[in-house]
Design a protein around this ligand. Structure first.
Ligand SMILES: *Cc1c(COP(=O)(O)O)cnc(C)c1O
Length: 433
């Protein structure tokens, strides 16, 4: 399988190039050159397959020119080593819990698979390989854990000193080994600027192979397809043969893009719902036909606070950039902060199920969109422990229980390395590693 640039479609690269470059030379995203259909035999066996077995079959066509079957098997076994359960919330709605990974966020799977890909595919050189990334708190933990102890790769995560929660800080600083989390004396934007400067520094790149692990990387996107094979298989097991409506709480639209690719490979899904918070560029586009990105608005579901979703061109391309075609399969709906709080409260009191703000967006999006006899599932992208301030505000007794359960995670531990907000300091650090 080769991968094409969405800009200049003649630019075709190998998996390895797509993974290490992240973006094509023309600045566009990479997409698989084609989407293979899985066999009838696979779908017959699907209900009995384990997660690593599903992942192996689904990912194989994309990586078979670059990895041996044994290598792929080892990668999916170590990536998909935690459960992804489907649970009923009420008689029409199920939830697929994606938060049982090491940082309680769905990004764990993508980060883990990418790290293993990079470790397997990186060319043998004497240059040190460093994944360099800036975080405002949430994704840094998934990347740090994803690359933890992965041979041949060091990770440097920059985060704004004092501006992330102790819980988030612990997820990055308590690891050690090849994970270097550094508190920068500045804001998130400063961290991002330092990272950009490093990527543009030819002298540095002559010495150190710096690479990024951000969410547009195909190595993070592709393994997310596995969620939907798992979700649909479990759903049909529990509910008979009607394919589900699937709702994905969306920010950069990577997760829902993976879901649609899974459907193209043959996975039965009735239709999709993309649920956003008030950063609603896509829902507005589907209404007006006008793609009009806006500045980001801060919401309770802040991992989805995205004004101009980076994966949107991929999703649109899957429908040949035809809005009508897309709307036949994908609906979009907007959930505001008041509705998020209301939903968390209501679903807990009616169904004893505790949602985090992102998952609440997914739940409400699905329940609004189900018509007639339709049933379906939404994906839960984070454990409530990660967004405890909101749980505190609506269900304080539940927040307290979580605090007791996770106790230790809220006290700062681990070493806390700091750095001045200065590029020369970062460069010195990277060269000395
Ligand atoms: C990243 C993230 C999302 C959004 O996923 P996209 O692929 O960017 O649409 C939703 N919820 C949580 C908790 C996230 O971390």
């Amino acid at each position: 399988m080769q991968f094409k640039s969405l800009g200049d479609k003649r630019q075709v690269v190998s998996l390895s190039e797509a993974v290490f470059k992240g973006l094509a030379d023309d600045g566009s995203l990479f997409m698989p050159e084609e989407i293979p259909a899985l066999s009838d035999e696979f779908f017959q066996k699907l209900p009995g397959l384990s997660l690593p077995e599903i992942a192996f079959s689904v990912l194989k066509p994309f990586v078979s020119e670059d990895l041996s079957e044994d290598e792929l098997r080892e990668m999916v076994e170590s990536t998909f080593s935690f459960p992804i359960p489907l649970k009923p919330v009420n008689d029409r709605i199920h939830v697929l819990e994606l938060f049982h990974g090491p940082t309680q966020a769905f990004k764990d799977v993508g980060a883990r698979f990418l790290s293993r890909l990079m470790s397997k595919l990186h060319p043998v050189t004497d240059k040190k390989m460093v994944v360099l990334t800036a975080t405002s708190g949430d994704t840094g933990g998934a990347v740090a854990h994803g690359f933890y102890k992965v041979p041949g790769i060091d990770v440097v995560v920059l985060y704004p000193d004092g501006k992330i929660s102790p819980y988030q800080q612990n997820q990055m600083t308590s690891l050690g080994h090849n994970i270097h989390a550094i508190a920068v004396d500045g804001a998130f934007d400063d961290c991002q600027r330092l990272v950009k400067q490093a990527f543009n520094d030819r002298e540095l790149r002559g010495e150190v192979a710096v690479t990024s692990a951000n969410s547009i990387n195909l190595g993070r996107l592709l393994p997310q397809m596995v969620y939907y094979f798992q979700g649909v298989a479990r759903f049909m097991e529990q509910n008979g043969q009607q394919p589900p409506v699937v709702c994905v709480p969306s920010g950069n639209f990577g997760n829902i893009t993976a879901a649609v690719i899974a459907h193209r490979m043959g996975l039965p899904v009735k239709r999709f719902v993309a649920a956003t918070n008030v950063n609603d560029v896509v829902p507005r586009f589907l209404k007006s036909g006008n793609y009009d990105p806006k500045d980001t608005i801060v919401t309770l579901a802040n991992a989805m606070d995205v004004g101009d979703p980076s994966n949107w061109p991929r999703l649109f391309e899957l429908y040949n950039q035809d809005t009508e075609q897309l709307k036949r399969e994908v609906a979009a709906t907007v959930v505001n902060d008041g509705e998020i709080k209301e939903t968390i409260k209501e679903v807990f009191s009616k169904n004893s199920y505790l949602l985090d703000p992102h998952s609440a967006t997914g739940y409400l999006g699905l329940s609004r969109q189900l018509k007639g006899e339709e049933t379906g599932f939404f994906v839960s992208t984070a454990h409530p422990v990660k967004f405890l301030e909101t749980i505190d505000a609506v269900l304080p007794a539940e927040a307290e229980k979580i605090r007791e359960e996770f106790g230790d995670a809220f006290r700062v531990k681990g070493t806390h390395e700091t750095m001045q907000n200065s590029y020369s300091k970062l460069k010195e650090y990277l060269l000395k590693m």
